[in-house]
Design a binder for this molecule. Structure first.
Ligand SMILES: C[S@@+](CC[C@H](N)C(=O)[O-])C[C@H]1O[C@@H](n2cnc3c(N)ncnc32)[C@H](O)[C@@H]1O
Length: 224
């Protein structure tokens, strides 16, 4: 399945580098951010420099031609598609106000490939209530075309209705997701799988990782 990858809201790259790592080197991963954190020198912020350094450190160098420095609400869909084509995975994690969500969900909607997935971060996070309102507005206003197929704590995954059952079934049978508890839920007119990460298992994983037992902790985490 073709298409580029895009993320609004890169910050220091936690999800951006995960996306880089799980895609192939030929994939085009676009990062959009204000990049305005920290002191500026030579027109570049500390955030931008630290982000590039993180890429070097991880062995996942950033293609600066695929970075957009600026306010996502000022971008047009062509600004995105001219760099990566239609987008097969769009992470929306930029500004967290309702107007940010309106602008960013519109960009995602207009650039997403037919088979593409949009993931909205911080949904149902009480720290950012307008994110949830923005995603609910998006789903209600685009009810004929888009639906939520998966929800985790603070992330909502959306695709075109034609692909809803396909992605939902893929999640239900994915071996890598067996570590999670799965439950059915319903969100604004569609059935979605809810993935729940039991707290006790997460703590065990963190403790084992921090004590240098990461190989075992990975197995312990996934094999429950
Ligand atoms: C929650 S952080 C993103 C976290 C990141 N995805 C991660 O995995 O660590 C939000 C980011 O969105 C950026 N941002 C906020 N408003 C924005 C806007 N209007 N346009 C572009 N980026 C924006 C901020 O600079 C910040 O880096």
């Amino acid at each position: 399945m073709g298409g580029g990858i895009a993320e609004i809201g890169v910050y220091f790259g936690r999800s951006y580098f995960l996306l880089k790592k799980i895609t192939s080197p030929e994939d085009r991963v676009l990062g959009i951010d204000l990049f305005d954190i920290g002191e500026m020198s030579n027109g570049v912020s500390e955030q931008y420099r630290a982000f590039l350094e993180n890429g070097h450190r991880l062995g996942l160098p950033v293609d600066e031609d695929l970075l957009v420095v600026g306010d996502s609400s000022e971008l047009s869909p062509q600004d995105i598609s001219s760099k990566v084509g239609k987008v097969r995975f769009f992470s929306v994690d930029g500004g967290h106000t309702l107007s940010n969500l309106e602008a960013d969900s519109r960009l995602a909607k207009e650039t997403i490939a037919d088979h593409g997935v949009i993931v909205f971060d911080d949904t149902f996070n009480p720290a950012w209530p307008e994110v949830t309102v923005g995603v609910a507005d998006f789903l209600r206003n685009n009810d004929e075309a888009f639906s939520a197929f998966c929800m985790t704590k603070y992330k909502t995954y959306v695709c075109r209705r034609e692909f809803h059952d396909f992605y939902r079934a893929a999640i239900l049978r994915a071996p890598h997701l067996r570590a999670f508890e799965l439950a059915e839920t319903h969100f604004l007119g569609s059935d979605a799988v809810r993935l729940h990460n039991p707290f006790g298992r997460r703590i065990l994983y963190e403790l084992m990782t921090r004590s240098g037992m990461s190989a075992i902790s990975e197995r312990a985490y996934r094999c429950h």
